[in-house]
Design a protein around this ligand. Structure first.
Ligand code: ADP
Ligand code: MG
Length: 292
């Protein structure tokens, strides 16, 4: 965090696992009525695992995984790491990738063994690839189960659907109840697909869901909510969340997240437990005597 980090209250903050940048931050907590939660890495563990590789006609799953793994190896996204790890485990050394590019939070591109691969969300692949009906069905089935479907293609056609999922943190549902008890409306915000987002939201008890938001647009969502007269706390962990954390009336960063998010936040939840966000808000409201 920041060198000027202080602990909330009289050692209570430390006990609760909360780091705060300065006492003035606490002032804002009394007006907060909305808490925006990033999905991946905040409500969920962010520890993705590859569950399945579904291929189209004539493609060998291990061979596709080897190529896709090579491209994802160059990406830092948790989904990419899960795919690259599984590929290395299943197929051995991964081939080198050329012309790698991350495509604004929707996926990646890279050339492996002369093939130009695109890997990422359906909307990204749809720009330049045809999606065969059986793979579209595999994508839908995965998303209906609350899993993320990662599409991989080359030469204008989607070749495989890689099914990836992470788990909701065991403490997230209780944290959401705590937010409601404090009078805060929880909102789930994610770049992920709508069905996946809804499934996670249902699991933790959130009904306001904003999904398929590009990384650079998360900040606009916070601004829009503020424009509706809401006072917004935002909890996030990723590079993607930094601008939104800074824009929020109160930005809370997961201590398990990226340095960029931690720097952008007003407050850090050291243990990455969402319940600490509710503790922090309750504690600082009490400190400011707003609970009568
Ligand atoms: P969140 O907002 O929940 O933290 P992100 O904004 O990090 O999620 O990611 C949004 C979506 O973009 C992911 O769910 C995934 O479908 C896609 N995506 C982003 N980067 C990659 C990648 N390297 N490989 C595959 N898919 C990716
Ligand atoms: Mg995240």
């Amino acid at each position: 965090a920041t060198p000027t980090a202080l602990l909330v209250g009289t050692g209570r903050g430390a006990q609760l696992g909360i780091l705060i940048k300065g006492p003035e931050v606490l002032e804002s907590t009394r007006r907060i009525d909305t808490i925006v939660l990033d999905k991946t890495g905040t409500v969920t563990t962010g520890q993705m695992t590859l569950h399945d590789v579904v291929t189209g006609d004539g493609e060998d799953p291990d061979e596709v995984l080897r190529l896709v793994g090579a491209v994802e190896h160059a990406s830092e996204h948790p989904i990419a790491q899960a795919i690259a790890d599984a590929a290395a485990r299943r197929t051995g050394d991964l081939p080198p990738v050329a012309d790698f590019r991350a495509l604004d939070g929707r996926g990646v591109r890279g050339t492996v063994e002369g093939r130009e691969l695109h890997v990422g969300r359906a909307a990204l692949l749809a720009e330049s690839h045809e999606l065969p009906a059986d793979l579209r069905a595999a994508q839908r089935a995965a998303e209906e189960h609350g899993r993320t479907a990662v599409l991989a293609g080359w030469d204008g056609r989607v070749r495989a659907v890689l099914v990836v999922a992470d788990a909701v943190k065991p403490t997230s549902a209780e944290a959401v109840r705590m937010f409601r008890d404090l009078g805060l409306a929880p909102v789930l915000l994610t770049g992920d697909n709508r069905d996946v987002a809804r499934s996670v939201a249902a699991e933790v008890g959130i009904d306001e869901v904003i999904s398929e938001v590009l990384p650079q647009d998360k900040v606009d969502v916070v601004r829009r909510l503020q424009g509706e007269g809401r006072t917004v706390a935002m909890v996030g962990d990723g590079v993607n969340d930094a601008a939104a954390l800074a824009q929020a009336d109160l930005g809370l960063a997961m201590g398990t997240g990226t340095d960029v998010a931690i720097e952008a936040g007003d407050l850090t939840l050291v243990r990455g437990d969402l319940r600490a966000a509710a503790d922090a808000i309750r504690l600082s409201r009490r400190t400011f005597g707003t609970i009568k």
